[in-house]
Design a binder for this molecule. Structure first.
Ligand SMILES: Nc1nc2c(ncn2[C@@H]2O[C@H](COP(=O)(O)OP(=O)(O)OP(=O)(O)O)[C@@H](O)[C@H]2O)c(=O)[nH]1
Ligand SMILES: [Mg+2]
Length: 455
């Protein structure tokens, strides 16, 4: 396998696209009624199969749309379609791809799909087209993940972040750190191979500074996960407090509709409920819970317990005090707690907590803003940076940071360069894994690029 330099993803050997040994097909558009529906086919027999469905010769299919009738294997007409073909490697998957654009609708598309399957294609696994695109070097792993995020984005900011990543923003940031680490590694490898030419003080200084910088940058990217994940997946915000403090009223005021039951009697909410909303472009799940008290009723007690499980998983816990029930400082929620004083319109001591009123709406913008800040969501200016958004990415960037920290430690304590190289290689490997690129050949390329012939 040869691997290209820079931010371009891997290409397979011999510059030939990897053709999966079978041809896969799927309905590429959403299920249900729709103006148009697409059946996509990819693999070595894609064009031949779609040509057979259309009763035409394969060479007649090209990137130009062609109008025709799709036929079932039995020969009966299924639907009038537009069809086109993209020949490998110039396609999304890097394989031969052909598409049938028919009328939308579940039955129609199932019939078109059957026409393709009956001629020898296999139904694609989830994500298989993208997986083939990655295998063929059309997309790196980060962009494949971003593609998924674009499709799944539940808020404006999640979508914009995913589009940035699809353009390769995170990939570029990671490739940049990786290249710096490989440069240091190349310098060390040279020294290991030719120990008689000792490193001068300047090179040593440069190596120290570079390892530290690379480690810091990985730490920064690892730290961006909180924001990145919150943006990509949204945040869960739980409203908790004693009975009757105004949790349900606050939820209703925050979403602007009467979603939860409100009543002057304590114990109105017996079962937690969730409402989806969007704050400043971020998807927010608001959770109303049963008011806390020593409830004699087992149903109410169970309601409180179930709420606690949900609260345990929330990103932010808004602790509500109305000034009459015993003050709840929310200490059990640690850094997730946002302490508030409700029913601000009635006055009274707020003990420095954020004052809100479901009745007048006072304090609600501040509550939204402080909640987002507590969830680690940066303001809009900060959102142009590269962010780590998935647990896989976070795992790899953390592994890289730890390896570079170890490299720094062994380097400054003057251990043998071989030991430093092992850690650097581990860090670079974690970054390469993060991008979905293997590192072995690239290290060698870097090493030899820095040598002159004969040395
Ligand atoms: N004046 C005033 N009254 C409020 C405010 N918020 C809630 N209330 C009143 O407080 C009472 C309890 O409100 P709820 O929203 O049901 O309180 P809760 O915390 O959900 O109560 P439980 O579900 O029983 O735990 C109701 O009579 C509300 O009208 C507010 O901002 N100002
Ligand atoms: Mg309630």
């Amino acid at each position: 396998m040869t691997i290209s330099a820079g931010d371009q993803p891997i290409r397979s050997a011999g510059d030939q696209p990897i053709q999966g040994d079978d041809t896969v097909a799927a309905i590429a558009t959403a299920a249900g009624p729709g103006g148009v529906g697409i059946v996509r086919v990819s693999g070595p027999r894609a064009i031949e199969i779609v040509a057979a469905v259309l009763h035409v010769e394969p060479p007649t299919l090209s990137r130009e749309l062609r109008l025709g009738w799709a036929h079932a294997a039995s020969g009966t007409r299924v639907d009038q379609v537009l069809a086109f073909a993209m020949r490998a490697p110039a396609s999304f998957t890097g394989e031969d791809v052909a598409e049938l654009q028919g009328h939308g609708g579940t039955q129609n598309l199932q019939a078109l799909l059957a026409a393709v399957i009956d001629r020898g294609a296999r139904i694609a696994e989830p994500g298989e087209f993208t997986r083939r695109a990655v295998a063929n070097g059309k997309l790196d792993l980060l962009r494949a993940e971003a593609l998924l995020s674009v499709i799944q984005a539940g808020s404006d900011r999640a979508w914009r972040q995913a589009q940035h990543d699809l353009e390769g923003r995170l990939g570029e940031a990671v490739a940049d750190v990786e290249a710096r680490a490989l440069k240091v590694l190349a310098e060390l490898e040279g020294w290991i191979d030719f120990p008689e030419s000792d490193l001068d003080a300047k090179s040593r200084e440069w190596i120290t500074a570079e390892i530290a910088a690379v480690c810091d940058r990985c730490g920064e990217l690892a730290g961006s996960f909180r924001h990145g994940r919150a943006m990509a997946s949204g945040i869960a915000v739980a409203l908790v407090g004693a009975v009757n403090v105004g949790k349900s009223s606050l939820l209703n005021a925050l979403v602007g509709v009467e979603r939860a039951l409100v009543a002057p009697s304590p114990g109105t909410t017996r079962d937690w409920l969730e409402v989806q909303t969007v704050w400043d472009g971020v998807a927010v799940t608001l959770i109303d819970t049963a008011g806390l008290r020593d409830a004699p009723d087992p149903v109410e007690r169970r309601g409180i317990e179930l709420g606690e499980t949900r609260v345990a998983a929330a990103d932010v816990v808004v602790v509500i005090n109305d000034g009459t029930s015993p003050w709840d400082d929310g200490a059990r929620f640690g850094e997730r707690a946002l302490i508030t004083r409700s029913k601000g319109d009635l006055g009274g001591d707020a003990r420095g907590a954020l004052v809100t009123s479901a009745k007048t709406g006072d304090g609600l913008p501040a509550l939204r803003q402080q909640t987002l800040a507590l969830a680690g969501i940066a303001d809009r200016e900060g959102s142009e940076a590269a962010f780590v958004t998935t647990a896989r990415q976070h795992g790899r960037i953390t592994a890289a940071r730890d390896a570079f920290a170890a490299a720094y430690e062994v380097w400054v304590t003057k251990r043998p360069p071989e030991v430093v190289a092992i850690e650097l290689r581990a860090g670079a490997h974690a970054l390469a894994e993060l991008r979905g690129v293997e590192v072995g050949e690239r290290v060698l390329d870097e090493v030899f690029a820095r040598f002159c012939i004969g040395k």
